[in-house]
Design a protein around this ligand. Structure first.
Ligand code: 13P
Length: 251
């Protein structure tokens, strides 16, 4: 049985002081989520990770938004996995479409990062999704299938058992044009079947999330789809009131 997962991606938002305020206010929500068998988390910027880890409930998942695949070295501006682990961070968002678009995050780079994460027993949240042009050209499955296969090629079923995959159509991110729940179900199902083809029955344990303009008003509809195990939420995860509403609406 896959546990539901509600994960906020704060992107480049919130000062550490604001992150602290949110973390403290989120404590009862983490308890509520736990009681209802829901995993709850947020992805702050690097600079707020330690603060959120310190002030949020121990049950709150705290995810980094990126990492480097090397342990250390001459990589100016980067942060390594051991640096994250030192702060108790063991979840990392990989291959977000904004990083694919602005930071040249290729399937191969995602693969290298996930290899390092699996070696460290950490959990990648691997983001996949097509652009508007690809969606309109009916290439969604071709693009998403390639992202899943190239990103995860060569790993074992043991490696991927805790993996989370997030389907986020690029055209629905921050636009208010969310994909219908039928599209979300169809593509999340397709992701799971691709995982089944690659790794066998462990595909039934891997959580597949939908992301893209998820709001309190539509979150329940997405999570009612059999292959949508949770949501990766940007804008609506930033304010504690809206984050709380997202959670309450899926209890
Ligand atoms: P929005 O919820 O703001 O559309 O962002 C989605 C997203 O990119 C989460 O990673």
């Amino acid at each position: 049985m896959r546990r539901k997962l509600l994960l906020g991606n704060w992107k480049m938002n919130k000062l550490a002081s604001e992150a602290k305020e949110f973390a403290i206010a989120s404590r009862p929500l983490a308890e509520l989520a736990k009681k209802n068998n829901i995993d709850l988390g947020v992805g702050p910027t690097y600079l707020s990770l330690a603060t959120v880890k310190e002030f949020a409930s121990k049950d709150m998942i705290v995810a980094a938004q990126n990492c480097h695949y090397k342990e250390s070295g001459a990589y100016t501006g980067e942060v390594s996995i051991p640096m994250l682990k030192e702060f108790g961070i063991d979840w990392v968002i990989i291959g977000h479409s904004e990083r694919r678009a602005y930071d040249n995050e290729t399937n191969q780079k995602c693969h290298d990062k996930m290899a390092a994460l699996f070696a460290n027993k950490m959990v990648p949240v691997y983001c996949v999704g097509e652009t508007l042009a690809e969606f309109e050209a009916l290439k969604t499955k071709e693009v998403v299938g390639k992202q899943v296969r190239e990103g995860l090629e060569g790993f074992t079923s043991e490696d991927v058992k805790d993996l989370v995959v997030a389907y986020e159509p690029v055209w629905s991110i921050g636009t208010g044009k969310n994909a219908s729940s039928a599209i979300a179900q169809d593509i999340c199902h397709f992701v799971r079947e691709t995982l089944r083809d690659m790794f066998g029955k462990v595909a039934d344990e891997i959580r597949v999330l939908y992301g893209g303009s998820v709001k309190p008003v539509n979150v329940k509809e997405y999570l009612s789809c059999p292959d949508v195990d949770g949501a990766l939420v940007g804008g609506a995860s930033l304010k504690i009131e809206s984050y709380e509403e997202l959670l309450r609406n899926i209890l």
